[in-house]
Write a protein of this length. Structure first.
Length: 347
């Protein structure tokens, strides 16, 4: 029997419900996306109230900004400035040696054979003692190796000299430097020679050592060291130059020999070998080696010594006019006592 108004039962229809759910999900997703996007345009004012500021409503007071390409970016790296190297501390200036006036007497020839107390009674405030003569002779019993044939006064001379040096007197050793016929004859390779390789002799017939010879430097240095060790306060080099008295043009030297430089090197080596408190001085005799290229002596070289001894009033005046009275103490070698200045009375 057919029922009234109804066909057979087909169950509840679900098509419309699914569509509704899909629409709801889409709306939720759109709302979420819209919310996230809208956060980019939320702007807070000075009072903290939020409001939207959409892109098309935004005002750029400075106008549009041109996009910058990475290629347009120039990155400059600031390198750290290198630390400046510390400047070396300047070496302390060596103060000029100030010496009192010298009032001395050169002791007589052969005095080291005499009683030392008698010798001292004849002396001035200071004493000068000849230790090496112009012929190369040594006036005391030296322990330095010397050439055979050299005259050496041995015996009591060394003991007497040491007793004199122990007295309360300023003492000067008078040492002839390069004029040495004996040493030149024994060691000609250390001597000044002619072009024919013969010994050169000055106007007085004396041979001279070559200032550039290592043997000459070694020999003179050994004698100076011995004098300083015995107690001499000062060493005065006499005959310290290339000789100019005689046929100086006949002296055979290398064409490139700088005579002044050779003498400067000699002095520098000698100072290094001597005790620091030893006064080193030089005698200037215009008749033996006048200032100039021939002798190698210059104002500057003489001024590098602690004292300069002048042979005569004329030499003293010439050195004073050069200004050496301010570069080193000038001492007059004289037979009579001058009224002023430093002097050595000759015997």
């Amino acid at each position: 029997m057919a029922s009234k108004g109804y066909n057979s039962y087909r169950g509840r229809s679900g098509g419309g419900g699914r569509i509704a759910w899909i629409i709801a999900l889409v709306l939720v997703l759109l709302a979420a996306v819209g919310y996230l996007v809208s956060q980019r345009y939320v702007v807070y004012d000075e009072e903290g109230h939020a409001h939207w500021e959409l892109p098309f409503g935004r005002k750029d007071p400075q106008g549009p900004v041109n996009p910058i390409s990475p290629d347009d970016v120039n990155i400059e790296r600031e390198e750290p400035e290198p630390e400046p190297e510390p400047e070396p501390e300047p070496e302390p200036a060596v103060p000029a040696r100030t010496l009192p006036e010298l009032h001395a007497k050169e002791l007589e020839y052969g005095c080291l054979w005499w009683d030392p107390q008698y010798v001292l009674s004849l002396a001035e405030e200071s004493v000068m003692i000849e230790v090496k003569r112009w012929n190369g002779g040594i006036t005391y019993g030296t322990e330095v190796e010397i050439p055979s044939g050299a005259l050496v006064e041995r015996g009591v001379t060394r003991a007497n000299l040491e007793e004199i040096l122990r007295a309360d007197r300023y003492s000067v050793a008078h040492l002839v430097c390069f004029c040495d016929t004996t040493y030149a004859g024994a060691y000609p390779q250390a001597a000044l020679t002619t072009a024919e390789n013969w010994l050169w002799y000055d106007a007085s017939g004396r041979a001279w050592l070559d200032p550039g010879s290592p043997e000459a430097l070694s020999y003179v240095t050994a004698l100076c060291r011995e004098c300083a060790a015995m107690g001499f306060d000062e060493i005065m080099l006499d005959g310290f130059c290339y000789p100019t008295n005689g046929d100086a043009a006949a002296i055979s030297l290398g064409e490139d020999t700088d005579r002044t430089a050779v003498l400067q090197s000699f002095v520098a080596a000698l100072r290094t070998a001597l005790p620091e408190n030893t006064v080193l001085s030089v005698a200037y005799r215009s008749g033996t080696g006048a200032l100039g290229a021939g002798s190698g002596l210059t104002k500057e070289l003489l001024g590098s010594f602690d004292r300069v001894y002048a042979e005569s009033e004329a030499d003293l005046q010439a050195l004073t006019e050069l200004g050496l009275d301010s570069a080193g103490d000038l001492v007059l070698m004289t037979w009579t006592r001058p009224e002023t200045g430093s002097y050595v009375l000759l015997s």
